[in-house]
Ligand binder design. Structure first.
Ligand code: GLC
Length: 567
């Protein structure tokens, strides 16, 4: 049933999570306090002052729960305890308290879709057909001669058959990602109940939200209908088809959209409000279904198309118009350039820091929630790694590929190690990542660390880091940037050169102009005496429209924010 969306904008009270900014920490790579080459919770705690000073409001942590670390924490062995290499529950409690004391919010990564193959539930489940945990996972008989053929033709997100055969019980079990991570069976109410209670376990501790890992894969077709053929090889942000498979029966099922509503009900048991952000894939229209027909599903979903859009104003304008159309207020879009799975955007921009500043300005001034990946603020680039020795299991899975040629051809990286290297804090050995300078960190540090590091950028007013810091401050201080309506300013003639839009609030109107070209631009001023709030150039003093005949002059690759006060 489709409910009518009935809402009165004038009465809408903005929620904290609709206007926050989220910073993602990949715990393994952030800060190592014990000197073993792996980041940990105490390391993170030691950097909270830095994050607070930067203006970070909410932190999402990639999983730090107990895990054999086959997929670096996304393969969970115990959803309610902390992996010893990262710390203990006591460290967790301290981290949460120290964040809340600083008025920061904590978002945990919640992997509902699967458990590690080493999880006690799976060990039990695999042990016999009549084990009480058997139905916690999806076991099926095989096909044809002696059942030695998988139950159907489904393939995994990383390619290859999605079924694993267990000789002891002569059945196959389903997994959607890697064989070390087996999908839970959400058609079993016991599984749902257990996972909802796990959410409550963390919410009771005071956690402020969850990022939901591959939520679109939660349900599969009950009758195991075979997948149809697709011409698509590499999945895109708009389509889930992969390696010649359509994935119609194992992804984005109607049951999964309903599940989003149930998850929301659990969250709504808590005050003050907490939030859910879904990692789901598909077209924006499909993703919208996770928000719920009455905005009563996930609070937000990642919109990855933003991350893969080339540096072209026309493309961004078209994407932004589509987002606004599909997710009008009060639906909350998200803006993401990177995370622990995708190439770093500074590398896609060929290390052009001016371009990065333009994109950062856009990300922090649009209507919605920006997600910023650790290292992004200082411009940490991708690092090359060999597939054979890749830490990332996907890299090893594809180690037979002619990597350099292939990645150039498809513009796609097969090892996610590239974007997970240790945080570059300073120019000491190991970039200040580990307390032990003799240790080899779990992934090698990028050799850019002497040039690109926090300490150095903090001292330089024109650095990317200080640009983000100034942007976060402007966003925090101006209500229109948090709550204002977004309006794209049409400019057909110039749409290949710049983007302009406004954020309008009843007390304030803010204008954002972004010059995407390497040329100066003169743009007719929309208001008299615009008051400069920010420029990507740290030394711009103001906006002198008189000197340019009523025009605003933008220098090459400059972004500015200015305002008109209504009162
Ligand atoms: C998500 C995570 C990724 C992980 C996968 C399986 O895509 O972001 O890192 O490997 O799910 O849990």
């Amino acid at each position: 049933m489709i409910l009518q969306f009935d809402f009165n904008m004038a009465e809408w009270k903005y929620k904290w999570w609709q206007k926050t900014t989220v910073y993602q920490i990949y715990p393994r790579s952030f800060k190592d306090s014990t000197g073993n080459g792996i980041g940990d919770l105490q390391g993170i705690i030691s950097k909270l002052d830095y994050l607070e000073e930067l203006g970070i409001e909410t932190i999402w942590f990639s999983p730090f729960f107990d895990s054999p670390q086959q997929d670096h924490g996304y393969d969970i062995r115990d959803f309610r305890s902390i992996a010893p290499e990262y710390g203990t529950l006591k460290d967790f409690n301290q981290l949460l308290k120290e964040m809340h004391d600083r008025n920061m919010k904590m978002v945990l990564d919640f992997v509902l879709n699967h458990t590690s193959i080493d999880h006690p539930w799976f060990i039990e489940s695999a042990s016999s057909r009549d084990n009480p945990k058997r139905n916690w996972y999806i076991w099926r008989d095989g096909k044809k001669s002696g059942g030695r053929k998988p139950p159907n033709n489904w393939t995994t997100m990383t390619g290859g058959c999605a079924w694993l055969y267990y000789e002891n019980t002569d059945q196959w079990v389903y997994f959607h990602f890697l064989p070390s991570m087996i999908d839970l069976n959400y058609r079993n109410p016991e599984v749902k109940e257990e996972m909802f209670n796990t959410m409550r376990f963390w919410l009771d501790k005071g956690v402020d939200g969850f990022r939901l890992d591959i939520l679109h894969a939660i349900y599969e077709d009950e009758h195991l209908i075979n997948d149809k053929f697709s011409w698509t090889i590499i999945p895109s942000d708009k389509k889930v088809d992969t390696l010649f498979h359509k994935h119609k029966y194992d992804l984005n099922l109607p049951e999964t959209f309903d599940f989003a509503l149930e998850l929301r009900e659990v969250m709504d048991e808590y005050e003050p409000e907490r939030f859910l952000v879904g990692e789901v894939f598909g077209s924006i229209e499909e993703i919208k279904k996770y928000y719920g027909p009455n905005n009563n599903g996930l609070h937000m979903c990642f919109l990855f198309e933003f991350a893969s859009t080339p540096f072209d104003p026309k493309k961004y304008i078209s994407l932004l118009s589509r987002i606004e159309k599909a997710l009008p207020f009060p639906f909350t879009p998200t803006f993401v350039y990177g995370n622990h799975d995708i190439d770093r955007y500074i590398s896609l921009l060929k290390n052009n820091f001016h371009k990065a500043k333009i994109l950062a300005t856009m990300q922090l001034t649009l209507r919605g929630v920006p997600f910023i990946y650790y290292g992004e603020k200082i411009g940490m680039p991708n690092v090359r790694f060999k597939l054979k020795t890749s830490e990332d299991p996907i890299g090893r899975k594809f180690s037979w590929f002619p990597m350099p040629q292939l990645s150039r051809l498809i513009g796609f990286s097969l090892t996610r190690d590239r974007c997970r290297t240790p945080m570059q804090w300073n120019n000491e050995k190991n970039a200040g990542f580990s307390s032990n300078i003799e240790i080899e960190p779990w992934l090698k540090v990028s050799d850019t660390f002497e040039k690109i590091n926090v300490e150095k950028e903090q001292k330089n007013p024109a650095s990317l880091l200080n640009c983000y810091k100034r942007l976060l401050k402007v966003r925090k201080e101006n209500i229109a940037l948090q709550e204002g309506e977004l309006q794209l300013i049409e400019n057909e003639k110039l749409e290949r050169t710049y983007i302009s839009y406004t954020r309008g609030h009843k007390t304030q109107k803010i204008f954002i102009y972004l010059n995407f070209t390497k040329k100066e631009l003169l743009i007719k001023t929309p208001i008299e005496k615009p008051e400069l709030l920010f420029s990507t150039l740290s030394n711009r003093k103001g906006i002198d429209t008189e000197a340019y005949n009523g025009n605003i002059k933008l220098t090459p690759l400059e972004g500015i924010i200015f305002k008109k006060n209504k009162k």
